[in-house]
Design a protein around this ligand. Structure first.
Ligand SMILES: N[C@@H](CCC(=O)N[C@@H](CS)C(=O)NCC(=O)O)C(=O)O
Length: 146
């Protein structure tokens, strides 16, 4: 079944990968799932068709057959539940992995305090799946001049 996500038609970050569709793209790349992207303008995000998918008129969203999801963590969790490779099978290890998955690491301020966490993020962003996700979002975003 085709997976379709939404992303900014023109991201305010100019291609730095900060918009949250990058996280969803990354999860899909990690589990090797092809996906399509519907680009939405700021205006279209607030119109009924998109609001039916996302009650707050934001990106990302996720559609797969009858299923429509919003909220990045929920989408990534759904992908991790459906496909092997993101969460361990052992119940306790899985619970610990989910804890880290739900932590908004960048927003937490912990990266400055704990160098091992910055190194963990750097290792993640060096992964081929992240590079593919980043390049895919960059392809629709123009970096700022200079
Ligand atoms: N809690 C939501 C936040 C989604 C969110 O903030 N999306 C931003 C892009 S990263 C957005 O659509 N901003 C445009 C707007 O709010 O009008 C999630 O994690 O998915």
């Amino acid at each position: 079944m085709t997976i379709t996500i939404t992303a900014f038609e023109r991201s305010p970050d100019g291609g730095k990968g900060l918009a949250r569709d990058t996280r969803v793209r990354w999860a899909l790349e990690e589990v090797d799932q092809p996906y399509e992207v519907r680009l939405v303008s700021f205006r279209a995000m607030k119109e009924p068709a998109h609001l039916a998918l996302h009650p707050f008129g934001q990106i990302p969203t996720y559609e797969e057959g009858d299923l429509g999801l919003f909220e990045t963590g929920a989408i990534v969790f759904h992908i991790a539940e459906r496909h092997a490779g993101l969460l361990p099978d052992d119940a306790n290890a899985r619970a610990r992995a989910i804890t880290w998955m739900l932590l908004r690491l960048r927003a937490s301020g912990l990266l400055d305090e704990y160098p091992n966490l910055s190194a963990y993020v750097a290792r993640g962003e060096a992964r081929p799946a992240y590079e593919r996700a980043f390049k895919a979002q960059l392809a629709v975003n123009k970096p700022p001049a200079g």
